[in-house]
Design a protein around this ligand. Structure first.
Ligand SMILES: [Zn+2]
Length: 492
C-alpha cells in the first residue's frame, strides 16, 4: 500500500502585519521538512501527522512524505510558499497512491486566494480523482465548501486548548483505512451558522463549547465515524469565517445531516455565550493587585501570537511596569533586535532597550510603539526545547535566540520566533519558574491553559493592543458574509 502523508498548516489572520514566507513553515531552515526528516521530526509526537505515521507503519504501508510545514499564525501566506508546499503534495499525488492523509489547519489564506486548503484539495482531485483523502483540521477552521467537496473524511480537534491533535489524526485516518479494507463507506455532511464566536469564549473547557464538543464525542461513541464542530477563526475577513460543522458516518447520509445540524443548532442557541465582554485595562490591573493568591495569570490577549499577533505590543507590559507590580514574569516580547543587543552586552550586563513595538498594524490604523526598558541581562539561551505537553507533546520548538531582561520587578522573556506560551518548556528553556512568581503575564488567550492552567490561582484578562483584539469594532470586516452574529443585529 502506498500512502501519501503531508502537513501544511497555517491560521491566517488577515489583519496581521506579520509576514508569512516559506521560512516561517520551516522553523528557520531553508525549506520545510520532507522525506525521512518528517518521520524523524514527528514520529511519536502528539500531533495529527504523528498519528498518521503510526497508522501507516502499523499497516506496513510505503510512505510518500513530500512536505511537512507548520507556521505560527500570521498574515496572508506568501503565494510562493503556498505554491511550493501545494506543488510538492500535488506532484507526489500525481505519481499514484492508495490514500492521502493530510494534517491541515483549515484557515489558510494565501495571497490572492481565500481558501488555501480547498485549493490544495481541488488540485489533488484533478490528478487523483478517486483516491480517498483524510484530513485533520484545527477547531479554528474556517470551512469552505471546496474542502468538504474534495475530501473523503474530515475530523477536527474537539479540544481547545488543542490537546487532541494526535487523536484527531486517528479519527481522520482510521475511517480511510476502513474504507481501503472495504469495511466502511464514509458519508459526510457539513454546514455553517452565521456567527463569529469570540476566541476568548471558545475554550472547550467552558460553556457552550464544552457541551457542543461533548455531544460530538457522544455521537462518535454511538458509531459516527467523526463528528466535528468548528468554532472558526474570526480574525479573517473572508466569506466563510465563522462556525461550521462536519459529520462523517458509515454510509448513512441522513444521520450525518441530522447530527451535523444538531451540533450547529447547539452553537446557534449558545451564541450569546460566545460573546466576550471587554474590561478596561486599568480596572483589570487594579483587580489583579488586590488578589492575594499566586500566581495570578495576566493575559495580554489582544496580542496572542498563536492568533497572528505581532507579540511585540507593549501596552499591557507597560501598564504592569507603570503599576509597579512586583515579582512578575512576562512571556514574551518578540524582538530579535533586542535579543541581539542583550547578546552583545552579555549576561549580567545592565542595558536600556527600546523594547517591542517594531511592527506597525495598518489594519488597526496603529504604528508600532516601542517602550524604553532598563534592566539586567539575566540569561541568554538558544530557545530550543521539546514540548512537555499535553499540547503537541514531544514536538521540537525553536523560539530562536532568546534572553531574559530583569528589571528588578519583572523578568521579561524576549524571543526571536513567535511562540505562544502553552508549555512549561518555554519557561524552562529560559530558567524561569512561573509557579514561584506572583504574576505571570502571558501573550495568550486560551492555549496557555494546556500546560500552565494547573498553576493558575487567578486569571485576569488584560485588554491591550493588537490584531487579536477581542473588540470587533476595531476590525474592519468587508468580505465576511453578512449578516453575521454578533456584528449584525439582523443575524440575531
Ligand atoms: Zn486552533
Amino acid at each position: 500500500m502506498r500512502l501519501l502523508i503531508a502537513q501544511m498548516k497555517h491560521e491566517t489572520n488577515t489583519f496581521s502585519p506579520v509576514p508569512t514566507p516559506l521560512a516561517r513553515f520551516s522553523r528557520g531552515a531553508a525549506r520545510p521538512y520532507e522525506g525521512e526528516d518528517i518521520r524523524a521530526a514527528f514520529k511519536g509526537t502528539g500531533t495529527a501527522i504523528g498519528a498518521y505515521l503510526e497508522l501507516a507503519e502499523r499497516a506496513g504501508a510505503t510512505m510518500i512524505l513530500p512536505v511537512a510545514g507548520n507556521a505560527a499564525p500570521s498574515g496572508p501566506v506568501e503565494r510562493a510558499a503556498f505554491e511550493y508546499m501545494a506543488g510538492r503534495i500535488v506532484e507526489a499525488a500525481a505519481q499514484g497512491c492508495d490514500a492521502i492523509l493530510l494534517d491541515l489547519h483549515g484557515a489558510m489564506v494565501p495571497e490572492g486566494l481565500d481558501d488555501g486548503e480547498g485549493e490544495l484539495l481541488a488540485r489533488i482531485r484533478r490528478v487523483a480523482p478517486q483516491v480517498p483523502i483524510g484530513i485533520a483540521l484545527d477547531m479554528h477552521t474556517n470551512l469552505f465548501p471546496a474542502m468538504v467537496e474534495n475530501a473523503t473524511v474530515i475530523a477536527g480537534y474537539q479540544t481547545y486548548p488543542h490537546v487532541d491533535m494526535y487523536d484527531t489524526g486517528m479519527r481522520a485516518g482510521r475511517p480511510i483505512f476502513a474504507l481501503l479494507e472495504g469495511k466502511a463507506q464514509p458519508a459526510m455532511a457539513f454546514g455553517h451558522r452565521p456567527m463569529l464566536p469570540h476566541v476568548m469564549r471558545q475554550s472547550s473547557l467552558d460553556s457552550p463549547n464544552l457541551e457542543i464538543q461533548g455531544r460530538a464525542k457522544q455521537m462518535e461513541k454511538a458509531g459516527t465515524l467523526a463528528a466535528s464542530f468548528f468554532v472558526g477563526f474570526p480574525h479573517a475577513d473572508i466569506p466563510y469565517a465563522g462556525s461550521s460543522a462536519v459529520v462523517v458516518t458509515d454510509g448513512d447520509a441522513a444521520r450525518a445531516r441530522r447530527e451535523c445540524d444538531e451540533l450547529l443548532d447547539m452553537a446557534w442557541a449558545g451564541r450569546a455565550k460566545f460573546v466576550y465582554r471587554v474590561e478596561p485595562l486599568e480596572a483589570s490591573l487594579k483587580r489583579a493587585s488586590e488578589i492575594a493568591a499566586r500566581p495570578v495569570m495576566l493575559l495580554d490577549h489582544y496580542d496572542n501570537c498563536a492568533s497572528g499577533g505581532t507579540m511585540d505590543t507593549m501596552t499591557v507590559l507597560g501598564a504592569i511596569l507603570d503599576a509597579r507590580l512586583e515579582d512578575v514574569a512576562a512571556f514574551a516580547i518578540f524582538d530579535p533586535g533586542a535579543v541581539k543587543k542583550m547578546q552583545e552586552a552579555g549576561t549580567g550586563a545592565n542595558v536600556t532597550l527600546s523594547l517591542g513595538g517594531k511592527l506597525d498594524m495598518p489594519a488597526l490604523g496603529l504604528k508600532g510603539k516601542p517602550r524604553e526598558v532598563s534592566g539586567k541581562v539575566k540569561r541568554l539561551a538558544d530557545g530550543n526545547y521539546r514540548n512537555e505537553g499535553p499540547m503537541a507533546k514531544g514536538e521540537a520548538v525553536s523560539m530562536g535566540p532568546s534572553a531574559v531582561l530583569d528589571t528588578g520587578r519583572c523578568e521579561i522573556a524576549v524571543i526571536s520566533r513567535h511562540t505562544e506560551p502553552h508549555d512549561m518548556g518555554s519557561f524552562r528553556a529560559l530558567g524561569i519558574d512561573p509557579a514561584k512568581k506572583r504574576y505571570v503575564m502571558l501573550k495568550s488567550r486560551v492555549h496557555w491553559r494546556a500546560g500552565l492552567g494547573p498553576l493558575a490561582k487567578a486569571i485576569v484578562e488584560c485588554a491591550g493592543t493588537g490584531v487579536c483584539t477581542s473588540d470587533y469594532d476595531q476590525l474592519r470586516f468587508e468580505r465576511v458574509r453578512r449578516p453575521v452574529y454578533p456584528l449584525d443585529a439582523a443575524a440575531t
